[in-house]
Design a protein around this ligand. Sequence first.
Ligand SMILES: [Zn+2]
Length: 340
Amino acid sequence: MRGVVLHAPGDVRVEERADPAILAPTDAVIRLSATCVCGSDLWPYRGIERVERPSPMGHEYVGVVAAVGDEVRTVRPGQFVVGSFFASDNTCEICRAGYQSSCVDREPIGAFGSQAELLRVPLADGTLVATPDVPPDDLVPSFLAASDVLGTGWFGAVAAEVGPSKTVAVVGDGAVGLLGVLAARQLGADRIIAMSRHEPRQKLATEYGATDIVTERGDEGVARVKDLTDGLGAHSVIEAVGTQEAMMQAVRSTRPGGHVGFVGVSHGVELPGQELFFSHVHLHGGPAPVRRFLPELIDLIWNRRIDPGRVFDLELPLDRAAEGYAAMDDRSAIKTLLTV
Ligand SMILES: [Zn+2]
C-alpha cells in the first residue's frame, strides 16, 4: 500500500509500505475513504517534536472495514466506520468513566500511520463506530472531522462546562478551535467569542455560531474578552493551541469560578502556581476521549444537523500529501483532506 512517511523536518514522502494484517483477534483492517493532516502532525514536521524517523504519519481516519479478527463483534466487513486516534477497549473503568483516550489498554493510532490506503485498528469493538449505512460522498469529510478535530473541539467545550446561558471564548482558530465554536453552539452557549485574526477563519467561525470576534491576542486579547463580559471574563474558555501564550490567554480570559477546557497539545506550557491559585479557575483537558462522543456526533452528521467537514479547505490526493503539509505549515490551509 501507499502511505505517508516523515523522513526529516519538512520532508514527508508518500511511499510503498507493507499492507497491515490482522494480528490479534480483536483487530480490524480498514480501507481508508479519506484521511487528513492534523495540526499536531506539524510539531514533528517542524522538528519541534522529536520522533523516531522514518515515521509513518496520521491518526485521523474513516473507511470501510476490509477484515476483522475472530473476536470482533460490533463491526463487520463492508461497514463504514469512524474511529478515534487512540484505540481503546471501551470496557475498563477509565473507559466507562468516559476517558477512552486514557484506556488502560490504549494504543496510539499514530504509531500505525493513517495517512495510507489501509490501516490496522486494534481493539476494533472499543474503538470503531459504524455509521447507519455507507454515507454519500459529501458526508465523508464531516465523518473524518469527527475522528479527531470535531471530537477534540467537542471535548474542549464539554471540559469547559459550556452550556445554556454561558459566555464562551475560544482561543485558537485552527480546525479544533473552529469546531469548538460549533460545539459551543450545539451545547447551547449564549454568546461565543472567537479569537482570530484571519478573515476566512473569522467567517467560518461566525457561520459556526460565533457572536463576537476578537482579533487581539495575549494581554490585549484578554482585555477585549473582559470588555465584552462586564469586566468578569468568560464562563467557559476553550484553549485549542497548546502554547504558553494561548494557555495563559485562556486562563486570564476566564472569570473566577469559570472553566478552561484545554485541548491544544501542550508544548512547553508552564503554569504559574500563585496566579493559578488566585484565579479561581477550573482546568480540565488533555487528549480528547473522542470515542465517548462518536455515537452522538455520527448521529448529528448523518442527520445533517452539523457540517464540521467545512474545516477542510484543501483537498489533495494522498500522493500529494507533502503539499498538504506545506499549506498547513504556512497557514494557507486550515486543514488538508487527503483522498485515498
Ligand atoms: Zn479502557
